[in-house]
Design a protein around this ligand. Structure first.
Ligand code: ADP
Ligand code: MG
Length: 702
């Protein structure tokens, strides 16, 4: 049996690789070892079993294979450079093969009147097809070749191709490696699991993923490798989670006392939704059982997460502990501060606010109150996690809009005490459940899947810029009814100057259409000093202004229930999750609210899909699914750090069923043997230990 060590051999020791090619492979594809190369999976396969006749070629740029011979080769010089053109015939019709580089070599090696199999992507000039840079093989070689049915295509880069590391070279390298190590790979999956899903062996799978003998065996190889990948990730995440729970003792908040009781009977102005009640029960269970809570609370915008957080903080206070609530922006922190203060009313609980712009004197005073334990709740921005901020006994930390914070910041909160505080992280960026359970495998998940009663769905309409007058008329009518309006402009970093100009132009034109003194307009953008931002925001909250012109600073969390229209300018430039977040700023009161998506006529297909999704649905989870399909999980907000998404073969969405199965199996296994100490699990334990490939996950979750 081969040991893992041989697989750890640096790639340059492979026949035909050598140091300079090895460097390229490292830089471009992150392939360092034999192991990496074997697990460098094709991203697709091409069918090399079909041959086309030239007259039947598909009229698009698909990849095709044709048999025939070259009758003529000539060099054509043009202003823009030379190209080598060969006339190719299948016996009935002709077409051209074209090369823009490597002329000499091709000219010398091309044989006239010899039967070739050519393969490549088509180019059409009107009715005339040609094929640039075809792959060519003489019929003889083609017939001798390994696999003619399905041929693996590997991810590549421009640089690799330019340096001669073509598909053929990569295929050869992998073939070489497989040949030299044939049937010597360690089986990583326990037999009972392999039997359960009829999974083929590791050896067979590696062989067939690179050189599939037919479609069935390819599918079998894919299934085996997908399951394996997902299974080990789940095993790691769940083990880590179990260990954390066992190792880390949490504060026990088992009293429900004066604060929560009084709040419940006197201050709570509405009936909690069933979802809110359920989540509060889940939290209470966590914080009462002696383990440290590490819970993610997902709930669509407006679903009422704040009150849940407040109630958890009141329980902390009832048990003699302090808590803190961290928000990503100053505006939001301030708003939380104000709304929590008004929610608790005359309950004698002390709440403080700490942000980047808090004055020194305020800070000092706060510090004293925090260290003496007189302060019960601290609300703030990142300032809260600065090392100099000290609590007497921090028992609960709440992080709002958690996707805005990095994992490192979460970890920092954790370390605020010797015993880490209970942690509740909240997000309105819905992450599909399946994804959440693999991305946030270290968190338990609660979901508020219900909006408070009486809310009307936000009506969403798409208008082209040419319809602006109509939109302005509509806005004027809404203002007439006493409502307020948001108008949001995109701010995308690469072109900050241009975006800023867009915003200012927009502000000008809105000001012209809605002149003072009849109308008052606020403007808020990221480059303004905080105090100006707050001032403008404040005027809007106090209804002194009817229109808020802003960049996406207001994306997160802001709550102005009287605002009923959200106009999003250049909506085609926003991602789905951002659009959804923005729309969530309205529809918070009982009035019918509207979201108007403005765009130019020029829309990419993807932009069209985004706008259509928004007008058709208000369900955050559905929108997140579409987003995921459009962009792939790698781009999903806040998930970039998660190694889970650098999957090599499984697809978190398409392979959902495998993910569930793998998670279930890992759970069952750990239920019996949480540390994998049983003899029958030895090899699993060893495989895990050796899985350096997933190192990044460990970094992520620890
Ligand atoms: P989010 O989940 O987006 O943070 P908030 O906590 O800001 O939402 O709540 C949005 C609004 O809904 C607030 O004005 C809040 O007071 C109100 N709210 C929360 N829960 C309920 C409920 N059960 N019934 C009625 N209104 C509620
Ligand atoms: Mg909120």
């Amino acid at each position: 049996m081969i040991t893992m060590d041989i697989l750890q051999t640096p790639i340059e020791y492979l026949k035909g690789v050598g140091p300079s090619r090895a460097n390229l492979l490292k830089e471009e594809l992150k392939l360092y070892t034999f192991q990496d190369l074997l697990h460098f999976f094709p991203h697709r396969y091409i069918d090399r079993s079909t041959f086309y006749k030239i007259k039947d070629l598909p009229k698009n740029s698909s990849e095709v294979q044709i048999k025939g011979e070259v009758t003529k080769v000539e060099m054509i010089s043009q202003k823009r450079g030379k190209r080598l053109v060969a006339t190719f015939t299948d016996g009935d019709n002709i077409m051209e093969l074209v090369w823009f580089r490597g002329h000499q070599w091709i000219k010398e090696s091309l044989k006239l009147n010899t039967n070739y199999v050519i393969f490549g992507r088509l180019n059409w000039y009107g009715n005339r097809p040609n094929m640039p840079h075809p792959e060519m093989e003489t019929i003889e070689n083609f017939d001798k070749g390994l696999s003619k049915a399905l041929q693996a295509v590997y991810p590549s880069t421009e640089k690799l191709l330019n340096k001669g590391v073509s598909q053929r070279v990569v295929t050869k390298m992998i073939g070489e490696l497989l040949k030299s190590q044939k049937n010597r790979f360690v089986e990583t999956l326990p037999e009972d699991l392999r039997n359960k899903y009829k999974l083929i062996s590791k050896n067979e799978a590696l062989e067939n993923i690179h050189f599939p003998k037919d479609q069935d065996r390819l599918t079998a190889a894919q299934n085996r490798l997908k399951y394996e990948e997902l299974f080990f990730i789940q095993l790691q995440l769940l083990m880590k989670n179990l260990q954390r729970k066992q190792k880390i003792k949490g504060f026990i908040f088992n009293k429900v006392g004066r604060y929560l009781n009084t709040f419940f009977s006197e201050n709570l102005l509405f009936e909690l939704t069933d979802a809110q009640k359920r989540v509060i029960r889940e939290i209470r269970k966590d914080i009462g059982n002696g383990q440290q809570m590490n819970r993610l609370l997902q709930g669509d915008v407006g679903s009422g997460k704040t009150i849940v957080a407040l109630m958890a903080m009141l329980i902390a206070a009832d048990n003699g502990f302090q808590s803190c609530l961290m928000a990503p922006t100053e505006i939001l922190a301030k708003q939380h501060y104000q709304s929590l203060k008004s929610m608790v009313g005359d309950l004698d609980i002390s709440i403080g606010l700490l942000t980047g712009s808090s004055k020194k004197a305020e800070r000092n005073q706060l510090a004293e109150l925090m260290e003496s334990g007189e302060l019960d709740i601290l609300i703030g921005t990142h300032a809260v996690i600065e090392d100099k901020v000290k609590f007497k006994n921090l028992g609960l930390a709440v992080v709002d809009e958690q996707h805005r914070f990095g994992v490192a910041q979460r970890a920092k909160l954790w370390r605020k005490n010797i015993t880490p505080p209970h942690l509740l992280v909240m997000t309105a960026t819905p992450i599909p459940r399946t994804l959440a359970m693999s991305v946030y495998g270290d968190l338990d998940i609660s979901i508020i899947d219900e909006l408070p009663p009486g809310r009307k769905k936000v009506k969403t309409i798409h208008h082209y810029d040419s319809n602006r007058l109509k939109v302005f008329k509509f806005i004027a009518d809404e203002i007439q009814k006493g409502r307020q309006i948001y108008m949001v402009y995109p701010l995308i970093k690469e072109s900050e100057k241009m975006d800023y100009k867009d915003l200012m132009d927009g502000y000008e034109s809105v000001s012209r259409a809605f002149p003072s003194p009849e109308y008052q307009i606020s403007i808020v953008h990221g480059q303004m000093p905080t105090k100006d931002k707050d001032y403008e925001m404040d005027r809007f909250i106090k209804k002194q202004t009817q229109i808020m012109v802003a960049t996406t600073v207001i994306e997160v969390g802001v709550n102005v229930t009287n605002a009923s229209v959200m106009v999003i300018e250049s909506a085609e430039r926003f991602g789905l999750s951002q659009l959804h977040q923005l729309r969530g700023r309205v529809g918070r009161g009982n009035d019918q609210s509207f979201c108007i998506l403005m765009s130019s006529h020029k829309l990419t297909n993807e932009a069209k899909t985004r706008l259509k999704t928004m007008t058709a649905s208000t369900d955050g989870f559905h929108i997140a699914e579409v987003d995921l399909k459009l962009r792939g999980p790698g781009d999903l907000m806040g998930t970039q750090q998660s190694g889970v998404l650098q999957l090599k073969i499984a697809d978190i969405i398409k392979d959902n069923q495998w993910l569930k199965a793998a998670r279930g199996d890992a759970q069952e296994l750990l239920g019996e043997d949480p540390r994998l100490e049983a003899i029958k699990n030895t090899s699993l334990r060893q495989t895990l230990a050796k899985m350096k490939a997933y190192q990044n996950i460990w970094n992520y979750i620890s």
